[in-house]
Design a protein around this ligand. Structure first.
Ligand code: YSA
Length: 379
């Protein structure tokens, strides 16, 4: 039982590392040798627990005072040698002191836990006044931005967007586009072939697509006109690089098929596209060109940003070609099962790198894929 006096000292008693005295709690009973020994044990216990500043020391304290062979236990064994009256008084005092020592031990444990928590808190302290570490924000690659701009220009004119495989069958990349095997037109596309395909089976060889035009065939095979679609994607060619040529680059293919579509629709759509991407002041040039999958075929160029159409190292003749285009060849319609008497259409394929060069005044296409962040950060 804790007396009123001990309650008065309660808070001090619970702090084992505080030098509060036990005396007021040890003077309540008549003195006899065993009681004196018990009180001495309690005083020693309090004195020593003040130095128990880690769990090892606290455990050693517990073993010494409260352990089975500890000092309290040894004192209690002496109760048997006392007279019944002395035993009653000393026994009661022994139990009281045991309770006090247990409280002391529990308080010691709590104090250590608090110390540990305080230590951890101090170690983990967050200094909110420290300046933050700057987070490097990423950004879209300039070609991704350009592809998105091109897609936005065409979707606002009613085109859908589709994507297709970069590893392609020879059949779609060439055969269905009116470019049969051994046709010299295949030389226009220096092809990277995939090794494992069976070279004996016609149209079953695999390659890295050399242009996005195979998607024309894939789309028409699946859909019925009217069709208005653009296809952005990566293409690959076994080509030497220079200021205008990469061996891997993007293309955006376009296809419009329906009844009564004419070359005027092609020109009107591409002029409008050029106006939306480059603004009203840039000049556009169409020239006849040959692609096996169109008839007639053209290429479209924009006046060079560097020399303003005068002719320079970058462009040669003052113009930079950005796309090939034309009216879809009847043989392509036949290959996908359309009647060329019923449907007509136009198609085009442009190079976003060339468009980005023109838009931003970049004089070498190889900057885009050199992974130099000083260049890329500018967009
Ligand atoms: C033509 C007619 C159509 O009805 C449909 C599409 C086409 C385009 C055709 N498939 C084609 O690939 N033509 S192309 O070889 O002249 O390339 C088209 C555009 O890709 C070029 O105008 C140019 O802008 C870009 N390009 C071509 N080779 C490149 C390149 N860009 C960077 N590096 C290269 N090596």
């Amino acid at each position: 039982m804790i007396s009123d006096e001990s309650i008065h000292y309660h808070t001090l008693w619970y702090n084992p590392f505080n030098a509060a005295s036990l005396e007021p709690r040890l003077t309540m009973t008549t003195q006899q040798p065993l009681i004196a020994e018990l009180h001495a044990t309690a005083r020693d216990a309090q004195a020593q627990i003040a130095a128990a500043h880690d769990t090892g020391a606290l455990e050693a304290w517990r073993v010494e005072f409260l352990g089975r062979r500890g000092r309290l236990s040894q004192a209690m064994q002496k109760l048997g040698g006392l007279s019944p009256e002395e035993r009653r008084a000393a026994g009661a005092e022994a139990n009281r002191i045991k309770g006090l020592l247990e409280e002391l031990y529990a308080a010691g444990q709590r104090a250590l836990q608090e110390q540990e928590a305080a230590r951890k808190q101090a170690a983990d302290r967050l200094d909110v006044t420290l300046p933050g570490r700057p987070i490097a924000l990423g950004r879209l690659h300039p070609i991704t931005q350009t592809v998105r701009d091109i897609c936005a220009a065409f979707t606002s004119m009613g085109f859908d967007v589709a994507e297709g495989p970069e590893v392609e069958w020879e059949r779609y990349n060439f055969d269905m586009l009116n470019i049969p095997r051994d046709h010299p037109a295949r030389d226009m596309w220096d092809t990277l072939w995939i090794d494992w395909a069976d070279p004996t089976e016609e149209g079953r060889r695999m390659l890295l697509r050399t242009h996005t035009s195979p998607m024309q065939a894939r789309i028409m095979e699946k859909a019925k006109p009217p069709i208005r679609v653009i296809v952005p994607g990566k293409v690959f060619r076994h080509e030497a690089t220079d200021a205008r040529h990469e061996w891997h680059f993007y293309q955006v293919e376009g296809l419009a098929v329906g009844k009564g579509i004419t070359f005027a629709d092609l020109k009107g759509t591409l002029y409008e596209f050029a106006r939306r991407i480059f603004g009203p002041d840039r000049r556009v040039r169409f020239r006849c060109d040959y692609f096996p999958f169109v008839e007639p075929g053209v290429d479209m160029s924009i006046d060079c940003f560097l020399c303003k159409g005068e002719g320079c190292r970058l462009c040669g003749d003052g113009w930079i070609e950005i796309m090939g285009a034309g009216m879809v060849h009847p043989n392509v319609f036949k290959a996908v099962g359309y009647d060329p008497e019923e449907y007509t259409g136009f198609a085009f394929g442009m190079g976003p790198e060339r468009i980005a060069m023109l838009k931003h005044g970049i004089d070498d296409i190889r900057h885009f894929y050199a992974n130099d962040v000083r260049f890329l950060r500018q967009f």
